[in-house]
Design a protein around this ligand. Structure first.
Ligand SMILES: *Cc1c(COP(=O)(O)O)cnc(C)c1O
Length: 409
């Protein structure tokens, strides 16, 4: 890999072209990523970055892993796409692997997390139509995140999204996480399901409490509504278990997976029980449902996670990282060190999140600040203690230089 040479020498002209031709959606730093390997990314200037964002908790095997390369190559030279009208071999193999590992009975494949959640909500509404007098409403949590399609923006409990792209898709209600009374009050005859993240990821890494989750399961059973776990960020080893639900001993009726399931390739899945095998022809589908390329990659990625017990490794590395953060907490005023496995966050003494993340970027370290006070860490599951040490060295040097926020800021 060290024989690599950039084909684009001129970063400035690339950035100009980006400003000219890409539809603006977000402010991005003036760098252009070009190559990745393991825990590292390189930009077009050849600058190397230690990556603790991991494609947004996506590149679970690190960058450019051999298993994805081989799966893509082998599949691309065998069958790229046979159309969603036919079964294909890879799709069946992958569905079988996922049902065996998860204990769920049935799988529906999609490409993005939002699309999987849409499928889960459709299935819940189908259930409501068939078994609960047309109930359609799904209750989600405030500060949760379920994606960016119009319906999933309505499902997401972000304050700022309340009025964005009105009119908002109806059929969603939001309650505070870990508040069973609020949930009980929200459930009505129109409710068909409750949808939760077990650790709110985009919301700043807030885990659901075990007692609460057990009560939610009980309430859903008593009322006769479904429980949906959005494990798009928490699934596939991220929290130190293959599925975050294993921390709680509570099962859902529907579970959605995304992000890590493709290791960087766009792939997602809806898993459910036999009793919810309810779709009729025409209800649900898509052009890329179960396409062989994605299926081959997903199989290879999930198989790698299981064969190498990357969930266990994530648990150990997460524990090490949390211990190290606690050791430096007093010196830097770090509080609320939280999360599970390798989905971790902590609070800074003030609102310097963006400043700290930008300073780290300049030092060749990628970390995320999900809100002004917090830093979130979600490296690939293959991260080592040595890479954690390197990350913390850079972080400490940045924190040493970062001004404590003064009153007026
Ligand atoms: C990222 C995320 C989604 C949306 O996934 P996309 O692939 O971006 O559509 C949904 N739910 C959770 C919990 C997520 O973290």
């Amino acid at each position: 890999m060290n024989t690599y040479t950039s084909t684009h020498q001129d970063t400035a002209s690339l950035l100009e072209e980006a400003q000219r031709s890409l539809l603006f959606t977000a402010n991005r730093p003036d760098i252009v990523m070009e190559r990745g390997e393991g825990m590292y990314l390189w930009d077009t200037e050849g600058k190397k970055y230690l990556d603790f964002i991991g494609g947004w908790a996506v590149t679970c095997l690190g960058h450019s892993p051999v298993v994805i390369r081989d799966a893509l190559f082998n599949q691309a030279t065998t069958l790229v796409n046979a159309s969603p009208s036919y079964y294909n071999k890879r799709q069946i193999e992958f569905a079988s692997l996922l049902t065996r590992l998860s204990g769920y009975d049935r799988v529906y494949f999609a490409s993005t997390g939002a699309e999987a959640n849409e499928g889960a909500v459709k299935l819940a509404r189908k259930f409501g139509a068939k078994h609960r007098q047309g109930a359609f409403e799904v209750i989600t949590t405030i500060n949760g995140f379920h994606g960016r399609t119009l319906a999933m923006m309505a499902a997401t409990g972000k304050k700022h999204w309340e009025t964005l792209f009105a009119p908002k898709t109806p059929g969603f209600k939001h309650v505070p996480q870990n508040d069973i009374d609020a949930l009980l009050a929200a459930i009505g005859p129109d409710t068909c399901a409750v949808m939760l993240e077990l650790v709110q990821g985009e919301g700043g890494v807030h885990a659901v409490e075990t007692e609460y989750l057990k009560q939610v399961r009980k309430v859903c059973d008593e009322v006769g509504i479904l429980l949906i776990f959005d494990e798009i960020q928490t699934g596939l080893g991220r929290t130190g278990k293959l599925f975050a639900s294993e921390h709680y001993g509570v099962d859902a009726d529907i579970m959605t997976l995304g992000k890590g399931i493709g290791g960087g390739f766009p792939l997602s899945a809806v898993l459910t029980r036999e009793k919810l095998n309810l779709f009729e022809p025409g209800d649900q589908g898509g052009t890329y449902i179960g396409q062989p390329l994605g299926m081959a990659v997903g199989y290879a990625v999930v198989n790698e996670i299981v064969q190498h017990d990357l969930s266990g490794h994530a648990a150990r590395m997460g524990q090490y990282l949390v211990e190290r953060l606690h050791q430096m907490a007093d010196k830097y005023g770090l509080t609320r060190i939280r999360g599970k496995g390798l989905l971790l966050a902590f609070d800074l003494p003030g609102e310097q999140g963006a400043e700290v993340a930008a300073a780290c970027l300049a030092e060749g370290l990628l970390i995320n600040s999900p809100n002004p006070r917090s830093i979130r860490l979600m490296p690939a599951l293959i991260v080592t203690e040595a890479e954690i040490d390197t990350m913390l060295e850079t972080l400490e040097s940045v924190l040493d230089r970062t001004e404590a926020p003064s009153e007026g800021r």
